[in-house]
Design a protein around this ligand. Structure first.
Ligand code: ADP
Ligand code: MG
Length: 376
């Protein structure tokens, strides 16, 4: 364990599903700082929205990014679409570094598509479904498509998102559709350019609970049938467990834990992940220790020193406020299966530091997950 721990300290951990081969999209050490100019009682400064995030999205997999509001999830999704430029870090598409010139950006846009949270504002109310789907089809085709061809492709797109019979939907206006149907049209519009990567930022959070599952199941079908690489951004760890192969937990702009979705939700190692799970009503999951909420996420203009979670962590040790924790494998996992950035996982540090009784509790919990979490 000590050897592995020391090794993990020096290498960059790439979070995401454990799968051989070149991922469709990879992010290396993405960092985004926003300069803010203050006003209305707020000071000027730099928002540390995303800090050193490395992530790989293989084809045919769903990776969930989970965290509270303000943890940097949408900023990460926007970085991955090139809607915003990273402060530092790079993107690789099929293993090739992505360039920033206009032509490369256009090509990138057809490979990586972002589905937004709000299907009500993302479809222009004055146009029919047909219009919304024809536009990207025409732009992407690279040649003139005749009426017949366009009609066939529009209907095929609607079928791919299970809006059938497609003829019933094609001439409808957005207001004639339910939220779930609108979100399906928004996804179909993304599929029109035949992307390899679909980024879905809270795609069901504005939908009625009763239709959420249908949209999540659609994403699952697209992963399986079309071998898309999907990033599912959510604040709801229960839905991440339902849909995703792999979960990446973000807190205050940083990845604090990642790995296999079942492993993480059955045996969360980071106190923040435990907090998220204890707040998520999911009868399927194994009971995680219930931690009290203890405050809110920190300001990202002056994030806490050391581990950004330490002011809320009931198990914090002196080192936690002084030094950023290393990212270490949890138990006997390989780093692709399960890692967490927490000093509690460092046996030497735990032995050396005085800490609270609660700390003993989590230590023994971390230790028991070390021994019990065998190869899945
Ligand atoms: P999430 O999607 O997890 O709720 P966001 O990525 O939207 O989080 O936001 C992360 C942090 O970055 C927040 O503190 C937010 O206020 C800040 N932020 C996002 N976009 C900007 C921007 N354009 N300018 C300044 N701060 C921003
Ligand atoms: Mg968001």
């Amino acid at each position: 364990m000590t050897d592995t721990a020391a090794g993990a300290r020096t290498e960059r951990v790439v979070h995401g599903p454990d799968r051989p081969g070149t991922p469709a999209l990879e992010a290396r050490s993405l960092t985004k700082h926003f300069k803010v100019h203050g006003g209305l009682g707020r000071g000027a400064g730099t928002v540390h929205a995303v800090e050193d995030v490395s992530l790989a999205l293989p084809r045919g997999t769903v990776t969930a990014v989970v965290g509270e509001s303000g943890s940097g999830k949408s900023t990460l999704a926007r970085l991955l679409t090139q809607l915003i430029t990273p402060t530092t870090g790079e993107l690789l598409l099929d293993g090739e570094p992505v360039r920033g010139d206009a032509r490369s950006r256009r090509a990138y846009t057809s490979r990586v598509h972002l589905v937004l949270q709000d299907p009500f504002s993302s479809l222009n109310a004055v146009h029919t479904v047909r219009y919304h789907l024809e536009r990207p089809l025409k732009l992407h085709a690279g040649r003139r498509l005749d009426r017949e061809e366009l009609d066939a492709r529009v209907l095929a797109l609607l079928e791919r998102v299970s809006l059938t019979p497609a003829e019933n939907y094609v001439d409808k206006y957005p207001h004639e559709l339910s939220g779930g149907q609108r979100q399906r049209v928004a996804i179909a519009r993304g599929l029109a350019v035949e992307p390899d990567v679909l980024l879905a930022d809270e795609p069901v959070s504005m939908l009625d609970v009763s239709i959420r599952l249908g949209v999540l199941n659609l994403l699952d079908e697209l992963r399986e049938r079309e071998q898309l690489a999907i990033l599912y951004v959510t604040h709801d760890i229960a839905s991440a467990r339902y849909l995703a192969d792999s979960i990446v937990v973000m807190y205050a702009g940083q990845i604090v834990e990642s790995g296999d979705a079942v492993r993480i939700t059955d045996a969360p190692a980071h106190p923040y992940t435990q907090l998220l799970l204890s707040a998520a009503p999911d009868p399927e999951r194994v009971e995680a220790p219930v931690l009290r909420g203890r405050g809110a996420p920190p300001s990202l203009v002056s994030p806490p020193s050391g581990c950004r979670f330490h002011p809320r962590c009931p198990f914090a040790m002196p080192v936690c406020s002084e030094q950023a924790p290393p990212t270490l494998p949890v138990g006997d996992a390989s780093s692709a299966q399960h890692v967490a950035a927490c000093w509690l996982l460092d046996p030497e540090r735990r032995a050396a530091e005085p800490h609270s009784e609660a700390g003993e509790e989590v230590s023994s919990q971390a230790a028991s997950s070390e021994t019990s979490a065998g190869p899945a």
